[in-house]
Ligand binder design. Structure first.
Ligand code: NAG
Ligand code: NAG
Ligand code: NAG
Ligand code: NAG
Ligand code: NAG
Ligand code: NAG
Ligand code: NAG
Length: 586
């Protein structure tokens, strides 16, 4: 029956040739021809054991912390370990505590070599690996070769090779490096080294960056926590009871721990933004096509209604600008037809002196937890104190559209994800199993039904636009709001295996809005107490708030918020993040 349906798609392709050659999708499309692995549990376990051992063999033994010096697993916040352990020299700490912008300056003036920056970074990342497991693939030798090359060039010419000369950059597991796996957690994708680098990888190296490691993800990427059957679980360095978020959780935890300066993640429903709020980082979820997605491993390949975008995750707005604008100006649209031909527009960074921020303390259906509410209030107060205007503004409701978006992710009946799991016989992870339970293959929407879902979202795009323009009615400037401040999730970093509502994060991908994230504070159980005056708006709201039962569980968890702009406003959002940074610091 299923085969019949697939076969009839062949007819839609129109030609006899297409009919004759069409094969049902078997999960091997962009990995080259290969036989599906047998379903055999001991066999997939062997693959994992071999793969993890091969990765661990690439860790320099001299950087490993002796077991008896590691903090007890019961210690939740290990973010200060590099300082308290006595394992790092002053120089190693100075280097790894620097921002990306500082690193490129210090290397460009000859204070530091690219090699010494990389070694300090590797050392910190190895400690990170022992403490909370953020790494997937190790490429230290590739990084070292690049650093050597950069230093030789600098010694010879006194010049840098590009704006990112000597800057170590980490990448989410989806990016491909020739000769290295990009499993995104699927056991069936192990030992299938990439045939060539992703375009972004090549571009970053040409700009002088040192690429040296890939970071962990949840299998298939469709999960808000970072765990898979190959590399296991990544935890949050600020509180190891919690996840660093997902799917870019390896990246967010490593950069948050200062085991990397900046990295790239991807986001289809919050996968850059939520991990950044969970680990105290800055980021941009760009509009589709502003970063090249060429030759990245992915799931939901071919799903076009709402697609994933890649973007930078870092420790300051200046760092985002440095790396992102350099990459955009590399002009990857020449090689990647899906990248928008638009250089970095400096003029869009010019902002009016007084900005007007919309402020939405939730989505009107689920209220944020107390630490997030405090972050919202503190941000409002600081921006007002800095002379900006903050107006309460809630977009037209998109609550129902969360369901429509989920349905659009499921139009294949999850055959895509199931096939790649099943190819090795590895079991579904609990979070993935609940994701797959959304729709059984036989209940998937028809193409006609999918088109209706797309239309609903298209209509919402227009109402959202009209309402945004209409916000001019409530600002003192007579202009619509410049951007909208809203939590990225109602909660702070979650405990593994618990389902939380994701609605806040869906707005931006639904409308392809450029969206930044900024850190505000950390959870403090003595002030972020259970809300005694809470009045639920509905059952979902009651359930969500009830999860915040013992604030000490979330002690020290970072709180970050979203800064939502309009489509293709990357330059303006990065400039506004800088304004927010100054206001929050004041
Ligand atoms: C699983 O695969 C391994 C390796 O190919 C093989 O030795 C073993 O007999 C298989 N086990 C089962 C239960 O089929
Ligand atoms: C996965 O990590 C957890 C700790 O986070 C550990 O208890 C478990 O044994 C690990 N599983 C494997 C297969 O290594
Ligand atoms: C994958 O395996 C599960 C569990 O055995 C099964 O229910 C499902 O039908 C399989 N899906 C595909 C696409 O093979
Ligand atoms: C979209 O909006 C148009 C015009 O208002 C309306 O006719 C149509 O029914 C809407 N479609 C959906 C699926 O809501
Ligand atoms: C803005 O104000 C004008 C004039 O009062 C009104 O016609 C319009 O509906 C308002 N727009 C919105 C979105 O509130
Ligand atoms: C938490 O809040 C209490 C009460 O305001 C304050 O004394 C304490 O310093 C705060 N802790 C941190 C780590 O900021
Ligand atoms: C407590 O709940 C009330 C009503 O639901 C809400 O208005 C208020 O902002 C909440 N306060 C905190 C600190 O979460």
């Amino acid at each position: 029956m299923t085969i019949m349906k697939f076969a009839s798609w062949g007819l839609l392709l129109g030609s006899a040739a297409a009919r004759a050659t069409f094969q049902p999708y078997n999960g091997v499309d962009d990995l080259g021809a290969r036989a599906l692995l047998p379903r055999n549990a001991s066999f997939w376990g062997d693959i994992v054991a071999t793969k993890v051992a091969a990765r661990d063999a690439l860790i320099p033994a001299e950087y490993l912390v002796p077991q008896d010096m590691l903090p007890d697993p019961s210690v939740d916040d290990i973010s200060a370990f590099p300082f308290t352990s006595g394992l790092f020299t002053d120089l190693e700490l100075e280097i790894t505590e620097s921002t990306a912008s500082e690193v490129v300056k210090r290397v460009a003036c000859g204070d530091w070599t690219a090699e010494e920056v990389l070694e300090a970074t590797i050392k910190r990342a190895v400690v990170a690996q022992q403490l909370f497991n953020p790494l997937s693939e190790i490429l230290f030798e590739r990084g070292r070769a690049q650093a050597k090359k950069l230093d030789a060039y600098f010694a010879e010419t006194g010049k840098t090779m590009g704006p990112l000369h000597g800057l170590p950059i980490s990448l989410k597991d989806q990016f491909r490096f020739k000769g290295v796996d990009a499993t995104i957690g699927y056991v069936s994708w192990a030992n299938r080294p990439a045939e060539k680098d992703s375009l972004t990888v090549t571009a970053l190296e040409e700009l002088g960056a040192v690429l040296w490691v890939k970071t962990n993800i949840p299998t298939s990427l469709m999960s808000g926590e970072t765990i898979n059957n190959i590399f296991n679980e990544t935890k949050n360095p600020f509180n190891r009871r919690l996840t660093p978020g997902g799917s870019s959780g390896g990246e967010s935890s490593l950069v948050g721990f200062h085991g990397s300066f900046i990295g790239f993640g991807t986001d289809i429903a919050g996968s850059i933004r939520i991990p950044c709020t969970n680990t105290g980082l800055w980021c941009v979820r760009p509009s589709i096509g502003r970063c090249s997605y060429e030759n990245l491993a992915n799931s939901l390949r071919g799903e076009e209604a709402i697609t994933s975008t890649c973007g930078p995750m870092g420790r300051s707005p200046d760092d985002l600008k440095l790396v992102f604008s350099s990459l955009v100006n590399k002009g990857l649209w020449e090689d990647d037809p899906n990248t928008i031909p638009m250089p970095w527009r400096e003029d869009k960074e010019q902002l009016p002196e007084k900005l007007v921020f919309g402020w939405a303390n939730g989505d009107g259906h689920v209220q944020p937890w107390p630490p997030v509410q405090r972050g919202m209030l503190e941000t409002k107060a600081k921006l007002e104190a800095a002379g900006h205007e903050v107006v309460e503004w809630l977009p037209p409701s998109w609550y129902e559209h969360n369901t429509q978006m989920q349905n659009l992710f499921s139009v294949d009946g999850h055959l895509d994800i199931q096939t790649d799991f099943n190819a090795s016989g590895e079991p579904f992870l609990p979070t993935i199993a609940s994701y797959l339970a959304w729709v059984a293959p036989e209940d998937r929407p028809t193409v006609y039904e999918s088109w209706q879902l797309v239309q609903v979202l298209q209509n919402y795009t227009q109402s959202f636009r009209d309402a945004w323009q209409g916000s001019a009615n409530i600002t003192s400037t007579g202009r619509p709001i410049d951007a909208l401040i809203m939590p990225a999730t109602s909660n702070v970093a979650k405990e593994r295996g618990i389902a939380y509502p994701y609605g806040y994060g869906n707005l931006s991908p639904m409308l392809d809005l450029t969206t930044g994230v900024f850190p505000v504070t950390r959870t403090n159980s003595s002030i972020d107490v259970v809300n005694a005056t809470f009045v639920p708006l509905n059952d979902a709201d009651a359930k969500n708030q009830a999860l915040y039962d013992d604030p000490t569980t979330w002690e020290h968890a970072p709180v970050g918020l979203q800064l939502i702009g309009r489509r293709l406003e990357e330059e303006k959002i990065v400039a506004m993040l800088k304004v927010i940074e100054l206001a929050l610091k004041a």
